[in-house]
Design a protein around this ligand. Structure first.
Ligand code: ATP
Length: 390
């Protein structure tokens, strides 16, 4: 079947449907209690996960956390030690890679160096017995979709890294897999090209309505690409959520710290009410007021996590009538990094703890410019952070 790359047939998810909330669809992929051991070492540890049709789902985690092993089990290249994978209602136990409705795009792209771009893309169709005419007409459509229609006769070594990446994508999509598994698909590209290519990847995925599972260690990439992110640590999925959810409401110090940058204050509950909690923190050398309740016990140890952009730094002591005693600390400016769109301040608090604060440079001249060694006040709203119990 040839597609028309001109007409963008965005699927339900591209149009804002969220079956992981509404539960009005059966999950397309069901992973249940999946474990993979290599000898005594557990690379994937009792993972359960549901992914919906047309999602662009990212598995995000640091090196060695087990994300590629999980992807390889979905592709059928690795057999689970225990647990089950179902794709589109079918149990994948014992199903060989080439009999699965999946395809995998490797980080190395694995293009045939001696073949032209169009031969590389046509290869799978011709091997399946599709006639030459049909195969090359589909190849042309696909090369248009990945914006390489003028590059069909070139060999891979006559292309840039970004173009090679798009050839690999065209080749893995030409047979219309229901599920495309991508292992660090943009890893070989430089930062600028990677950012541009992220949007192309989203457009192509939405045009074709194929479900993508992408493995990446790059949290910005996961935030840009995904419908949802599964954060992995030591073989386990530690949180699943939409990008905004995992950034704004991390459930643990690990996730708060792994996704973006964060200031974490350790403390103990000093006052616990239905609609607020107060935390006494020696790190902060102040009492922290949070305007929502948490389920905790009196004097329980916990952590207050707040993003650098949610704190304000001023020369003047904050004047707040409400809660004047809480949520501000004084400190000395230790370091400043000017990054163009924003400046990053490292401020040493009286307690000795250093916090990181970012301030957007909206104006060219700042009347109240903050500089090295200034005494400053750091403050934040009572809704600005999250309380973590693990
Ligand atoms: P990276 O981003 O570095 O590729 P990853 O999260 O993809 O990391 P995996 O490749 O899934 O990590 O590996 C998870 C763990 O399992 C690692 O500690 C790795 O050394 C181990 N591992 C993977 N494959 C094997 C194997 N065939 N035999 C033994 N150990 C393995």
């Amino acid at each position: 079947m040839a597609t028309n790359p001109q007409s963008k047939v965005s699927g339900a998810i591209a149009n804002g449907a969220k079956p992981w909330i509404t539960h009005d669809q059966e999950p397309f992929i069901k992973i249940s209690n999946l474990t993979k051991k290599f000898g005594d070492f557990t690379a994937v540890d009792n993972v359960s996960l549901e992914i919906y049709r047309e999602e662009l789902f990212c598995l995000l985690g640091g090196s060695g956390c087990g994300k590629s092993t999980l992807l390889r089990m979905l592709a059928g290249f690795e057999a689970p030690t225990s647990g089950k994978i179902e794709i589109d209602g079918q149990d994948m136990s014992g199903v060989a890679p080439f009999d699965r409705p999946t395809n995998m795009m490797f980080q190395s792209y694995a293009l045939f160096p001696h073949m032209s771009v169009e031969k590389n893309v046509a290869y799978g169709l011709l091997r399946d017995g599709v006639s030459k005419n049909d195969a090359y007409s589909q190849v042309n459509e696909m090369l248009k979709l990945v914006q390489l229609e003028d590059f069909g006769k070139r060999k891979p070594d006559q292309l840039s890294g970004g173009q090679r990446q798009r050839v690999a994508l065209a080749r893995s999509l030409i047979k219309r897999p229901k599920l495309l598994l991508l292992d660090e698909p943009l890893g070989a590209l430089d930062k600028k090209l990677r950012e541009e290519t992220q949007f192309e990847l989203i457009n192509i995925q939405e045009s074709l309505g194929v479900t993508f599972i992408v493995v990446t260690h790059d949290q910005e990439e996961a935030m840009t690409l995904s419908t949802r992110i599964g954060v992995m640590n030591e073989g386990e999925i530690v949180q699943v959520g939409e990008p905004r959810e995992v950034y704004e409401f991390p459930q643990s110090r690990f996730v708060a710290d792994f996704i973006g940058s964060v200031n974490i204050f350790e403390g103990r509950v000093s006052d616990d009410a239905i609609d607020y909690v107060r935390i006494k923190s020696e790190d902060a050398n102040c009492e922290i007021h949070v305007s929502h309740g948490v389920s905790c016990t009196e004097n329980q140890k916990l952590w207050f996590a707040i993003r650098p952009e949610k704190m304000t730094v001023t020369h003047k002591k904050p004047h707040k009538t409400k809660l004047a005693k809480f949520n501000w600390i004084s400190g000395i400016v230790d370091e400043i990094a000017y990054q163009g769109n924003l400046s990053v301040y490292r401020i040493k608090l009286e307690s000795g703890k250093v916090v990181r604060i970012t301030k957007s440079n909206r104006l060219r001249h700042d009347e109240d410019e903050i500089t090295w060694d200034d005494k400053v006040y750091v403050s934040w709203e009572d809704t600005a952070g999250v309380v973590l119990t693990q």
